[in-house]
Design a protein around this ligand. Sequence first.
Ligand code: MG
Length: 211
Amino acid sequence: MGPPVFLDVDNTLLDNDAAKSELETRIASAVGPNEAQRFWELYEIVRRDEQYVDFPATLERLRRESATSAARIADIVDTLPFARYIYPGALEMIERLWQSYTPAILSDGDSVFQPMKIERAGLAAAVHGNVFVFVHKEQHLDEVTAKLPGRPVFVDDKRPILGRIERLLPDAVTVHVLQGSYGQRSVDSGDPPPDVEIARIADLDTALARL
Ligand SMILES: [Mg+2]
């Protein structure tokens, strides 16, 4: 078994900006602009309170105000075709990784919606069920590296997350994917820089082979 490659999901393997935009369009047309606006207000409130996106908790809060809208939105969230938002070449790249590595998903998120999204996007199958979802993944590095031994690789679109991983596991390989709304080279964050930068997730295996 090759060393693990821990892959982030949102804006690393899956274009979450596009998925969220489609979700916004579908929700607005299903419940109208006012209810949709209320849903996204609650989404931001929950995200601020819990420090991560939590659709089940957001829907629970909306349910107390409007059970009909909450049910409609829950249906839209549950049926969004997530596989459509996988970045081009990402699944093929994971398949190639298996030749030398053990690919795994390591994602932040809630324990209900996020695993469902990973499953429905076809990502759980691509990593043969090596799926780890936590509210704050940096707090579980010992746990995941114990499960999948070898010098780990961590891949993420958020540079601060990679900086924290570099501090906690100096021997790990960190890869920054410059995709999506967070995928920029940050200026002077004070964090250790990532070991590798790539423009597209499809290039990951090629970049790792050059190390
Ligand atoms: Mg991400």
